[in-house]
Design a protein around this ligand. Structure first.
Ligand code: NAP
Length: 249
């Protein structure tokens, strides 16, 4: 029960890594606001948590829209009275080298992956500052640390999240709010189903990964629990790479 009594808002909690983080938080004693634009995914996450006797609410909305982001935080405060942890996890992947990426796609990826971190944090910070304590965890990617082929907008968005994490750590840690990020490698979720279903592309990744394996949402969730618990009070501005060693080579 490493998060006993804490209240967390997790975006993109209707699938994959976000669902894994929300479930792990509940197992550790937190109450969770699940935010996602997918009603079926969000409802499934909520049902799974309730079946395990956890406490959660579902807030539907688009994390890249300011009003929705504010509504997500407001719903969390209205139901639970506070917000101790914000996990900025929702994201999308669109492929293409820069010259193949049209302006609409560029804006979409940057809005959903990066602007959302600004919007949700902007809405949650006044509450955390009032409480004098809080945790923000951003989900970046190894694609924010290294060059990956034909992922111009995605790499740009994730690299910016890494740097924004460091900026926020410097600004807010003196005020009791630690800010960290996790950079996952290849994790088996709906986002990567296309890569993993094809033997050749799966093998290409697995053979380059020193553990010779694909990560699971639980691999990210267990680190998220640590980074959002009091055990990591002295950890801030950290970029925790969880990739089976993919980027060590
Ligand atoms: P996922 O299974 O596709 O889950 C993402 C969830 O976020 C989905 O429920 C999705 O809904 C929702 N979402 C997307 N855009 C949204 C928006 N604008 N507003 C609200 N909800 C939105 O993906 P995942 O693999 O768990 O990825 C989670 C995070 O980890 C992302 O930031 C991703 O970039 C990052 N990441 C993933 C991997 C990986 O290998 N899986 C590696 C590195 C980093 P829909 O499905 O309806 O769009």
């Amino acid at each position: 029960m490493r998060l006993q009594g804490k209240v967390a808002l997790v975006t993109g909690a209707g699938s994959g890594i976000g669902r894994g983080i929300a479930e792990a938080f509940v197992r550790e004693g937190a109450s969770v606001a699940l935010a996602d634009w997918s009603e079926p995914g969000g409802k499934e996450s909520l049902a799974q948590i309730e079946a395990a006797h956890g406490t959660a609410i579902l807030v539907l909305g688009d994390v890249s829209h300011a009003q929705d982001a504010q509504r997500m935080v407001d719903a969390c405060i209205e139901r639970f009275g506070r917000i101790d942890i914000l996990v900025n996890n929702a994201g999308i992947l669109r492929s293409g080298a820069l010259h193949e990426t049209d302006e609409q796609t560029w804006d979409l990826v940057l809005d959903v992956n990066l602007k959302s971190v600004y919007l949700l944090s902007h809405a949650a910070l006044p509450h955390m500052l009032g409480q004098g304590k809080g945790r923000i965890l951003n989900i970046a990617s190894v694609a924010g640390l290294q060059g990956f082929e034909k992922l111009a907008a995605y790499c740009a968005s994730k690299g910016a999240i890494v740097e924004l994490t460091r900026n926020m750590a410097v600004d807010y840690s003196p005020l009791g709010i630690n800010v960290n990020c996790i950079a996952p490698g290849l994790i088996a979720t709906a986002m990567t189903a296309g890569i993993l279903e094809q033997e050749a592309s799966r093998e290409a990744f697995v053979s380059q990964t020193p553990t010779h394996s694909v990560g699971q949402p639980e691999d990210i969730a267990s680190a998220a629990v640590y980074l959002c618990s009091d055990e990591s009070d002295f950890v801030t501005g950290e970029v925790l790479v969880i990739d089976g060693g993919l980027t060590v080579r």
